[in-house]
Design a binder for this molecule. Sequence first.
Ligand code: KIV
Ligand code: ZN
Length: 501
Amino acid sequence: MERKIRIFDTTLRDGEQAPGCGMNLEEKIEIARQLELLGVDIIEAGFAISSPGDFTSVQAIAREIRGCTVASLARAVEKDIDTAYEAVKHAESPLVHTFIATSPVHMQYKLRMTPEQVLERAASAVAYAARLCPNVEFSAEDAMRSDREFLARVVEAAIASGAKTVNIPDTVGYVTPEEMFSVITYLKSAVPNIDKAVLSVHCHNDLGMAVANSLSGIKAGAGQVECTVNGLGERAGNAALEEIVMAIKTRREFLNCYTGIDTRQISRTSKLVYGIIGQTPSINKPIIGANAFAHEAGIHQHGVLAERTTYEIMSPEDVGITKSKLILGKHSGKHAIEDRLREMGYYLDGKKLTECYEKFKDLCDKKKNIVDSDLEALVNDREYVQSHYRLEYFDVHTAKASSSTCVIRLGKNDEVFEEVSLGDGPINAAYNAIDKITGGICDELNNYGIHSVSDGKDALGEVTVRLRAGDRTVTGRGLSTDIIESSILAYINGINKLIQQ
Ligand code: KIV
Ligand code: ZN
């Protein structure tokens, strides 16, 4: 019989652990709302005990999100479990996710525990969590490098202690699809109480096999898959949600399963997450890369025009990529913009729609043809930091073979600050002037990136910068048709985030 596979999204926990992917509270809530629209079954909102910020965001998401389960991670210790439950308890459907490592290398060197102690701890942690929360998931960290018989005993003990889901992670992205298939098949037959819980897989992508391994786990009988939007995550990342979901949709008969995901929200979700962390996909990234549905070779174009399925196994519309339309321009009213946004899958409420419309009108003064991708960039160009510095004015002078100068004026509440600075190029001059005003809060700037949002000489340019202050790293973003202005906005956005965190 065809099975429904639960999608457990861990973008806000495992994904956010990736260097430079830290997000603030508003950004996390924005992503959680979009995951709810996307139709994921579970949102792992964070690791509540890891920091006060994580606790607050898990709690805020638990309070806000309705219609899907909200989880917090917890080590197999009572304090972690108490904190995780405290953070998720107001969710419509709370979940405590507790874990302990079961591989010899982790038990010996990280935990300094014997296998029997780990077994006992796994069981007691699950039992403790189950007394607090009706829904408990247990993960055997590094399961794929664990002894199978021992893993089976731990899984059995976790289920006997009350775990409703048991997750089998490939923590270091080590196994091949055949091995994953064989471990899940083995657990299904070797664990006597396996029918009392759902088996889950959680794969990392170190050898580029996370999605293949996840599908193999599903084929062998896993009923839940853990993944992140855009495959975000530490090192080479986690299994990409959009790839797993589209593989299940496209190969539904072969895999004999389906998901509850509204795939038309995939493109939008992916862009939101990339926008927040200040990254863009490589052009050939499956499902969401710019070339994922492009046919360059003449023979392919001819085939697709004659019959789409000759070279296309999915349609761009399935993942929410609509054919780019020309927006009417400066005479378009707010309703026309609202209608177009709805067609593109964006439902903005009154205040956000007005903000977006104001930005649209400003853009009309600078750019002749405005297309969907411009509109989408305006929607995603939200100022998540409410206070701190804002750009009031700048004036840059630059010439070949001499230093550039920048005068910059920033506002902060009712105050206005102005500085002038020299620099090696206009952006460096502007950043030096901003540093004078903001007191040089940023220790290091790296990964300056620029890309155009649409085509044409007057395209909107989006700049992203990664800024570090001590051990905190944030991404700043700026959007304008003027790349110096985008660069300044990105730097100010990053500084505001550093101040806020
Ligand atoms: O990769 C992993 O093992 C994890 C667990 C904590 C679930 O992220
Ligand atoms: Zn993981």
